[in-house]
Design a protein around this ligand. Sequence first.
Ligand code: UD1
Ligand code: MG
Length: 448
Amino acid sequence: MSRELSVVVLAAGMGTRMKSAMPKVMHKVAGKPMVNHVIDTAAHLNASKTMVVVGPDMPDLIKSVSPHPTFEQTDRLGTAHAVLAARDGLVGLTGEVLVLYADSPLFTADTLARLVAARQSGDHAVAVLGFRPDDPAGYGRLVTDANTGELTAIVEDKECDDAQRQINFCNSGVMCFRAEDMIANLEAIDNSNAKGEYYLTDAVEVARKNGQSCSAIEVDEAETLGVNSRTQLAVAEAIIQERLRSHAMIEGATLIDPASVFFSADTKLGRDVIVEPNVVFGPGVTVGDNTVIKAFSHLESCNVGAGADIGPYARLRPGAEIGAGAKVGNFVEIKKAVVEDGAKVNHLSYIGDARVGAKANIGAGTITCNYDGFRKQHTDIGAGAFIGSNSALVAPVEIGDGAIVGAGSTITGKVDADALVLTRAERVEKKGWAATFRDKMRALTGKK
Ligand code: UD1
Ligand code: MG
């Protein structure tokens, strides 16, 4: 039974408890804004339309969710009012409408699919994702019929009588609606309650009055975490990191000390990758098969080819493209540079805005001087070239294939293929000078 699925993501709140200049849902978990986690999870369900309800003056949020349409909720008059802010996008929809909170990034696609299936199977007007917290205070309580198990009402905490307050089956906030009667049901909701808000949860009572049925299914509390503070942001981060670590291992990577490896939501590791302790993957990293990422390396927006050997203490910055079997060793920083297959940059180097040709060898302490204070310039190092230690390559500069640069050189311009180039100052050696100097100084100062 395949019906169209649309998603409304509520993201209008500023989240004052975050004490932040940016909207709460723009705060990142695993390198990705919370709102984008929610959108990407919905995308796994093949949602045909995802709409985001934003608050006033949230241009970065609108950009971050683009190309999905956004609807502004100018006054925050409650969750039903928030969903109806997207009214223009809801008109004429058929199938399912899933309502998600952008500050709740932990729901899995499997759970959401289960809720959609539950709504469909009984053709309910509303299906709600419930959970059983140790402490239900603050949550809407799910009231079910003792005989049929059907959901008869959701009672907000502030509206509960003593008996209802004892119920520990609670609303996680995720609700799935039958699109065809959703707008009519939401428009029938009023705000005569303790908070003077239009409660989305009242859709259940409205539907029941209209002779429609509702149901609730249960999800583990761990998925329901809503982020209201930086402390909860850290809790969400820890849970997502755990998931990413086990995903990486399930897909065939070895993490020697999983708890010390930090991933981004989009990190892609190949098979038989070994990740040593204390490695950080920023956004946009792809690592090929049979690669070793040694301890204390930091990678972001870069690609690492199969069989490469990275670290320890390597820093791969945006635009680093490391070829198959290449080596990037300790205290090496690579930025916007291609290190071709089999090339080696083993120690203490900065390679930026450059190409290092296949099998070239970059000696310890080599620096590409790519910036003159105004412009970034390119360094091109040919295949099989050998750059002696402690060399400065002043861009724009081109080292031909197979050329050798003598240690300690400062190179500008173009070096021919297979040439030797060096810029050392001429050597001066004075036999016995040091011993004579010391004798003289001892006599002068009286020191031994
Ligand atoms: C809501 C539910 C409650 C549930 C709880 C789960 C309602 C009436 N209550 O309560 O049953 O147990 O979530 O966490 O729905 N929002 C807007 N515009 C508004 C109001 C809210 O965009 O006008 C957004 C908020 O930013 C937030 C979400 O909707 O992301 C929920 O709003 P919140 O005020 O936190 O609702 P709760 O009182 O926690
Ligand atoms: Mg809340």
